[in-house]
Ligand binder design. Structure first.
Ligand code: PLP
Length: 368
């Protein structure tokens, strides 16, 4: 029996070729492929600057540092996300504050964001869950009114559009972060990026990626460099960027197929699923549905060769967040209710029409 996971990378011979070429060249890291990939992300998203890094968590970490988040700062994010969206706030010494979701999209609800703003709020990190953009117009209005930095976590959303622009353009935010983990829409193995339109933020992001060191003015011509803040080694390699460039060229096709698969499931399954807002044209990363007896459904699917996944355990209910910040069940009731039923079905571009029919038949065997 053929088995299906909830996601899978989509690579071809051209990707392999692109990586081999770099491996035969002079630069494995800090070379021209990194700059080319960054430039291509700028052209794709419409942002002025891009800093490619070793993974999506590193992208969030340097974005949090560039935003100036530190001890005593509160930062609002979603509970329905991967751990990194909140962990990056802790890395920088800030306090994560969880705002509940809109259950129809599972995205952070701007009304809930506004309710949690205090005099200590420094930033907000909306997460474009499953690839659908958050309501960025409303979130940026709240941010402007309270002088907050906005960092979009777009780990799910490369290729997605919001209104008449691309996610990552930073039209409604200060910075946007991406992940290129194999399960995401395009991959570099491990990898990530931050986009911004601010030259000041760009300079900080570059420094935090490379030990906090700067090499400007007359230093550019000599051995000299200056470390002006504490940074990290979050560089990405040239061969990873070669893969990323090659993958980016196929993003349009990936998006079209992902949207086709979502339409197919919407039409043929009849299970409650996310609603797409009129401002969104998502490159869907996940297809979560809501089921009763989710644990039972999970095991029955596995017996039928469907290795599904749950996105996500609400972050505020994790032991670390309960113990360190005193959060607990009941803090974000809509997120907790969503979590009790959600499960993500297979969604990746290499699924053929036959595969979809097969997956739907197996799922109908469970639903009855
Ligand atoms: C995958 C993911 C990340 C982290 O990316 P990595 O590349 O795995 O470090 C951050 N936020 C969200 C929402 C993600 O899905």
């Amino acid at each position: 029996m053929r088995t299906y996971g909830y996601g899978h990378q989509c690579l071809d011979e051209a990707d392999v070729q692109a990586v081999s070429e770099v491996l035969r060249g002079d630069f494995l890291t800090c070379g021209p492929a990194v700059r080319k990939f960054e430039k291509a992300i700028c052209e794709y998203t419409g942002a002025k600057y891009c800093v490619a890094v070793s993974n999506g968590t590193a992208a969030l970490h340097i974005a949090a540092l560039a935003a100036g988040i530190g001890a005593g700062d509160e930062v609002i994010t979603s509970p329905i996300t991967f751990l990194s969206s909140a962990n990056c706030i802790c890395f920088a010494g800030g306090t994560p504050i969880f705002a509940d979701i809109d259950p129809e999209t599972a995205n952070i609800d701007p009304v809930e964001v506004e309710r949690r703003v205090t005099s200590r709020t420094k930033a907000v990190i909306p997460v474009h869950f499953a690839g659908q953009s958050c309501d960025m117009e409303k979130i940026s209005e709240i941010a402007r009114a309270h002088n907050l930095v906005v960092i979009e976590d777009a780990a799910h959303a490369i290729g997605s559009d919001y209104r008449d622009g691309r996610v990552g353009s930073c039209r409604y935010s200060d910075m946007t972060t991406f992940s290129f983990h194999p399960v995401k829409t395009i991959t570099t193995g491990e990898g990530g990026a931050v986009t911004t339109n601010s030259p000041q933020l760009y300079e900080k992001l570059c420094a935090f990626r490379a030990h906090g060191s700067h090499k400007d003015g007359a230093m550019a011509d000599t051995w000299e460099y200056e470390m002006r803040e504490l940074g990290y080694n979050y560089r990405i390699t040239d061969f990873q960027c070669a893969l990323g460039l090659s993958q980016l060229g196929k993003l349009g096709k990936f998006k079209a197929r992902r949207r086709e698969i979502v339409s197919y499931y919407n039409e043929h399954l009849g299970l409650p699923h996310l609603v797409e807002r009129e401002f969104s044209n998502a490159c869907f990363h996940l297809y979560p549905v809501l089921v009763e007896n989710r644990r039972d459904f999970y095991f029955k699917a596995r017996e039928r060769g469907l290795n599904l996944q749950v996105h996500y355990i609400p972050v505020h209910t994790q032991p670390y967040y309960r113990e360190k910040f005193g959060y607990g069940y009941g803090d974000c009731p809509k997120a907790e209710e969503y979590y009790s039923k959600c499960i993500s079905l297979p969604l990746y571009p290499s699924l053929a029409d036959d595969d979809l029919a097969e997956i739907v038949a197996r799922l109908k065997g469970i639903i009855g």
